[in-house]
Design a protein around this ligand. Structure first.
Ligand code: FAD
Length: 461
């Protein structure tokens, strides 16, 4: 067939969901063309701006995404903000199908008095700051205090705790930004408490992240042994991953370490620990009323057991003095275009198997489809599922692909009228190689460009 009569699909968002959806469509059908529109001038979403700098192996998925982006039937258009520069309705007119994969860029707020005090940050912003997300560049968190409290006990919470406590020698060999590295070098934070409303059997982290904390050089764990009452009896009924995770926590909290480990603990200058059965009720200010001085935590007890156990307030509260609070209680998707159905209670685009309800030709994948949970492999699977739904609809005739569609030809013309100049993949490769070169000079895998202006200047050089 002539290229112009090929099915044209566009993907909104150049993160894992966007690239995995594109990959599956291109591999499964020899005729489909896929255009990926991304708001930032640089691709890969949370793989670049979320995944911790000391997890370089996780970022290897970038190689697969790059292969997809360089495929002859795939095009990447960065620096295009869908919903603002171009509407979803315009995309639906120009393509046979549109897949929304724009992730979860909002964050759930704790919703307690005092959360807007200085010294209180969302994990999303803090992570964005140390990973070079342009919108978080000015965050400049105050690390001059002794104690930091992280609210939440998922993997992101542990990423934050680990970055706060990691020896500089480890961090300086990663792609963490230079300003973050300098701020962490001057950091006075010695103690990080990781607070969760429920107990050890309900933590949301995985064993890899917990083990990294347990073995983090220069630190020792400090747990409350009484939090583990009854946990041993529950062990035998747990599914294997949760069982291993719980065993590691119990070993850390309850057992005397071996001689070598004891030595490491004795010489540790920094401590971390889980604080279970605690919910934040208020962030308390210092005497001037501007900065955080403590968090007030309600003491909970559990009703029910296992994953479904509910935290119930006991009536007691306790104040934990701290100068830094980082809330890590979840990301959430935001609506980008009034024309797209959005379930604001669940913060997702309502869909069945990736088909957006009520809108023919519109699909969704990734965190926008499922909510912000799971690792990249989870995102991959749900994106492949969406691609399958889309192809089923092409095959069944539900989605009419017989009429010619203008695709990027029309969208690029519309963007030009608005003065929006997309960054194509070869432009990104200029940014990439400059970042890698800047990194080499410092013994790092990459030194990221920190502003959209800089990125655009390099792309256009
Ligand atoms: P995203 O990765 O967020 O991609 C969405 C993309 O859409 C972004 O590039 C964004 O710029 C773009 N976009 C947004 N709005 C628009 C718009 N209006 N127009 C155009 N484009 C838009 N998983 C692991 O397996 N290992 C890890 O170690 C790991 N660490 C993580 C650490 C953190 C802090 C976080 C938050 C997540 C981590 N994950 C990890 C999970 C992983 O990042 C996600 O599973 C995955 O990134 C979700 O992919 P996505 O494409 O749905 O969203």
């Amino acid at each position: 067939a002539l290229l112009s009569t090929c099915p044209k699909v566009c993907v909104v968002g150049g993160g894992p969901a966007g690239f995995y959806t594109a990959q599956h469509l291109i591999k499964a059908r020899q005729d489909v063309q896929v255009d990926v529109y991304e708001r930032l001038p640089v691709p890969f979403g949370l793989v670049r701006f979320g995944v911790a700098p000391d997890h370089p192996e996780v970022k290897n998925v970038i190689n697969t995404f790059t292969q997809t982006a360089k495929h002859s039937r795939c095009s990447f258009y960065g620096n295009v903000n869908v919903g603002k520069d171009v509407s979803v309705a315009e995309l639906l007119r120009s393509y046979h199908a549109v897949v929304l994969s724009y992730g979860a860029e909002g964050n759930r707020s704790v919703g307690v008095p005092g959360e807007h005090l200085s010294g209180v940050y969302s994990a999303k912003d803090f992570v964005g700051w140390y990973n070079g997300l342009p919108s978080c560049r000015e965050l400049d968190p105050d690390l001059s205090c002794d104690t930091a409290v992280v609210l939440g006990q998922g993997n992101v919470a542990l990423d934050v705790a680990r970055i706060l406590l990691s020896p500089l020698d480890i961090l300086k060999k990663t792609d963490i930004t230079q300003p973050a590295l300098e701020a962490l070098a001057a950091s006075r934070v010695r103690s990080v408490l990781i607070v969760g409303r429920r107990g050890p059997l309900q933590v949301a982290c995985t064993i890899k992240e917990l083990r990294e904390m347990v073995t983090l050089p220069g630190t020792r764990p400090e747990m409350t042994p009484s939090d583990f009452e009854g946990v041993k009896d529950a062990l035998k009924d747990l599914p294997r991953p949760r069982k291993r995770l719980t065993e590691l926590m119990m070993k850390t909290a309850l057992e005397r370490p071996g001689e070598k480990e004891q030595e490491r603990w004795n010489s540790a200058s920094r401590v971390w620990g889980f604080r279970f059965f605690r919910s934040p009720v208020e962030v308390l200010p210092d005497a001037e009323g501007k900065k955080v001085a403590a968090v007030r935590l309600a003491v909970n007890r559990l009703e029910g057991s296992g994953e479904g156990a509910q935290a119930v307030r006991s009536g007691d509260v306790e104040d934990v003095p701290c100068g830094l609070v980082i809330s890590s209680i979840g990301y959430k998707s935001l609506p980008i275009d009034a024309g797209v159905p959005f379930d604001s209670r669940r913060a997702i685009v309502p869909n069945s198997m990736g088909r957006v309800q009520q809108v023919l030709g519109l699909y969704c994948s990734g965190w926008l489809k499922t909510g912000p949970t799971g690792v990249i492999a989870t995102t991959m699977n749900n994106s492949f599922d969406t691609a399958r739904s889309l192809m089923e609809d092409m095959d069944s005739g539900k989605l009419d692909v017989s009429a010619e569609k203008p695709g990027s030809l029309r969208i690029r013309a519309l963007l030009e009228e608005k003065g929006v100049e997309p960054v194509v993949f070869s432009d990104w490769e200029k940014i990439d190689s400059l970042e890698v070169r800047r990194g080499e000079a410092r013994g790092k895998p990459r030194e990221k460009l920190l502003s959209v202006e800089e990125m655009l200047a390099v792309a256009r050089s």
